[in-house]
Design a protein around this ligand. Sequence first.
Ligand code: NCD
Length: 357
Amino acid sequence: MKKVTLDEFQALQTSDKIPHLSKDGDGRDIFHLLFAQQFKRPELDALCKLADHIRKINKTVEGTELLGSTLRDKHALNLFVQPSTRTFMSFMAAEQKLGMMTLDIRDVTTSSHAKGESFQNSIRTFSSYVDLIVMRHPDKGACGVAAWEMNMAERRIPVINGGSGRDQHPSQALLDIYTIQKSLDEIDGKTIVMVGDLARGRTVRSLSYLLRNYENVRIIYASPDDLRIGDDIKDFLQRNSMTFEETDNLEKVIPEADAIYMTRVQGEWDKKGGSTGEKSAPDPRFVFRKEFLSKMKKTACLMHPLPKISEIDVELDYIDDPRIVYWRQERNGMWARAALIATIFGVHDRISEFAAD
Ligand code: NCD
C-alpha cells in the first residue's frame, strides 16, 4: 500500500481516503471503517443478511458456540472518550458474541495520555495488545489519525469509528439501514423523514450518505431553521442526483413518510445550553406527539438513534404499536455491529454456512 504522511492523508478528500482504509489499499473492502461513504450496496445487503444470520443462530446453543468460536483468539479495545451507552454496550456485546475478549478505556486521564504521550503513540501502544479498536471521539478527525497510525505501524489492526464529533457515525447508519430494511422490507422508493437537530447530529449525516445506495429514495429534512442539515450534505445529495427537501412542518409530512427518524437537540455542543440546559429543549413543532401516530402510514416506522430526551411523547414508550421501532433498532445495533466485525475479520462465510444448514 502506498504510504502517505499524516498531513497528506488529512488533506485528502474523503473519496481519496477510502483506498487507504481497505486491506490492500485498493479500496475494495473495508478494513478501517471511518465514513459511511465506504459502504456500497452489495456490502450493505450482505451485512444485513449476515446480521439476520447471526441473530438466527444466536437462538441455539450450537449457534452461540459457533459464534463464540469465530474470534475467540482476538481482543477488542473500546476506546470511548465521549459519553456513550448504546454504541459502547452494543459493540461490547457484539464482540463478546463473536468470542472476542474486550477491554475498554473511557477516561483518558487514567492513561499515559495524561503524562503527555501523543495520541498516535497511545494508539500504537493499544495496538500492541488488541486486534481491533472501536473508538468514539469528540474530534472529527481523531479516528482518521488512529487509522493512519495503524497503516504506518508494524502491527496494523482495524479501527472502527463509533462516532466522530458532529461528523459521522457510520455503524449507527448501518444499523439504521438494517432497521429500515427489516421494517419496510425494502428501502428503494421510500420516503425517509429526518427530524430535529440536523445541524449537529452525526447520525443523520451518515444515514444520508448511506441512502445514496438505494434507488428513488426521497429524503425530507424537518428541522427549525437554525438546526438545518449542513450544506455539505446537500451538495452530496445534489451531486448524486438524490431527491430531498427541507421543511419546518413535521406534522404535514408525517402522512408521506415511510420512516420517521427523530433526533434530540445536541445541547452538549452549545456552550450556553450544556447537556441539560435550556438549549436542549426541542422546538415543540418538532416533537412527535401521540396523536401523530394516527397520521402515520400503517406500514411506516418511527425510529430514533437514542438517547431521546423529550422529542417523542413519552407515552409512546408504553403503546403497543409495531410501527414504534426504536427499541428494536437499539437491539439491531448489536447484530449489525457483530456482522460488521465478522466481515472485517473475514469470518462471515463460516457464520453464513452454519446458518444455511
Ligand atoms: C447518537 C450519537 O452518539 O451520535 N447516539 C447513539 O450512538 N445511539 C445520537 C445522539 O447522541 O443523539
